[in-house]
Design a protein. Structure first.
Ligand SMILES: Nc1ncnc2c1ncn2[C@@H]1O[C@H](COP(=O)(O)OP(=O)(O)O)[C@@H](O)[C@H]1O
Ligand SMILES: O=C(O)[C@H](O)COP(=O)(O)O
Length: 367
């Protein structure tokens, strides 16, 4: 049997490539007569640039000095392919760049992403595809807009500090972004709007360290900024567009810059030729760290599963943990947590855990 193993990363424990290798090793241990092809994927979050680097052999990597969500210096890689640049927002805004105790979206900024985008523009990029996801920020892209040339002022005329928590003090937006003639594509991992119960703050704030009263405070801050920014920069309604809430509202900021949204998962799947690879296999396996209700809202595993369904191929999800038992596009959902008894055990030895899960599922698989 020909197996295609096409997972996303397991955030915090394994890259997509490590996860794919672990599944292949476990599967082949149980069924050595099968062939396994690995295809690490991404949905706009971490891994976006690495996946595209494999898919676009003509693209070159460029390394730039930028800053992390707390303003500390970091190096970030992005890709150039002719006049197109492919940038991963998590390279500057990523949750993985902070210690657990440092996570606080009232303070974190997307400024560093603006420095990467500026570098791309200054070196001639005219089409910029930005992968959104895995961020530690919830500032509606205000930091990035500042790095691109806009000035955010409070009611006394002083420049606004960075972070999502100060945005309700923004009384004026002055200047122009240095983005004329540049097409932006926000490759988002979620289709959430900016505000509301399914928006950036309430859906993703808690995983970034915002809890209790910080949540309504951030929601109010973003809402006030969004109203001003839409009036000043347009288009009105940008905050309600699907994807505006991706990466702490960076989707919204790209809409203000005239950009449009694509599904990050679909974009990477198309770039690697997933469809043809599914057609040439008998079974597809995908996975991610946490397979949950969010995953079904256009995330990578759901994209792979629907691709498999189109070709009538069975698709399995092997996840770190899961609260989804079944889905019409899936032949099965299995988790390392279920196998080892607790999420702690699953995360302690992630490669071994996923390898054992794949071995068990392969042993039980009936064609
Ligand atoms: N090896 C693992 N075993 C169990 N749970 C994991 C493992 N790796 C990651 N996770 C869980 O998955 C979460 C990340 O979810 P994931 O789907 O990978 O990313 P995202 O939600 O950012 O797209 C982690 O916070 C952790 O709870
Ligand atoms: O806020 C973000 O960065 C994402 O759009 C959602 O986060 P996640 O993909 O890391 O869960």
């Amino acid at each position: 049997m020909r197996i295609l193993i096409a997972p996303d990363k397991f955030a915090g424990t394994m890259s997509a490539a490590e996860a794919a290798d672990a599944v292949a090793a476990g599967w082949l241990r149980a069924r050595p007569g099968d062939t396994a092809a690995t295809l690490p994927l991404a949905d706009g979050g971490p891994g976006f640039v690495d996946v595209l680097a494999h898919a676009l052999p003509g693209a070159t990597r460029r390394t730039v000095a930028t800053c992390d969500p707390l303003g500390r210096p970091v190096q970030a890689d992005y890709l150039r392919d002719g006049e197109t640049a492919y940038i991963e927002s998590a390279a500057a805004c990523g949750l993985h760049l902070l210690e657990a105790a440092e996570r606080d979206p009232r303070r974190t900024t997307s400024y560093g992403l603006g420095l990467i985008v500026s570098d791309a523009i200054e070196t001639g990029a005219r089409r910029i595809v930005v992968g959104l996801g895995g961020s530690a920020t919830n500032d509606a892209g205000a930091g990035m807009l500042t790095a691109l040339g806009l000035t955010l002022l409070d009611s006394t005329g002083a420049a606004l500090p960075y972070g999502g928590g100060v945005l309700s003090a923004c009384a004026a937006i002055e200047g122009h972004a240095r983005t004329r003639g540049v097409e932006f594509i926000a490759a988002t991992d979620v289709d959430s709007p900016l505000l509301g119960p399914h928006g950036a703050t309430y859906m993703f704030g808690p995983q970034k360290g915002a809890t209790g009263s910080a949540l309504p405070f951030l929601e109010m801050s973003l809402s006030s900024f969004a109203e001003l920014a839409e009036r000043r920069l347009g288009p009105v309604g940008a905050s309600e567009q699907p994807g505006a809430g991706a990466a702490g509202g960076l989707g919204f900021a790209f809409f203000l810059l005239g950009g449009h949204r694509e599904s990050g998962a679909r974009l990477t799947c198309e770039a690697v030729g997933l469809d043809a690879k599914i057609a040439a296999s008998d079974l597809v396996i995908t996975g991610e760290g946490s397979f949950d209700a969010q995953s079904l809202r256009g995330k990578l595993a759901a994209e792979v599963a629907s691709g498999a369904a189109v070709h009538g191929k069975p698709c399995l999800v092997l996840a770190g943990r899961s609260d989804v038992d079944a889905h019409p596009d899936l032949a099965g959902v299995h988790s390392v947590t279920e196998l080892l008894g607790s999420p702690e055990a699953a995360m302690r030895e992630p490669v071994e855990g996923l390898t054992s899960l794949a071995e068990k599922v392969a042993t039980e698989w009936r064609e």
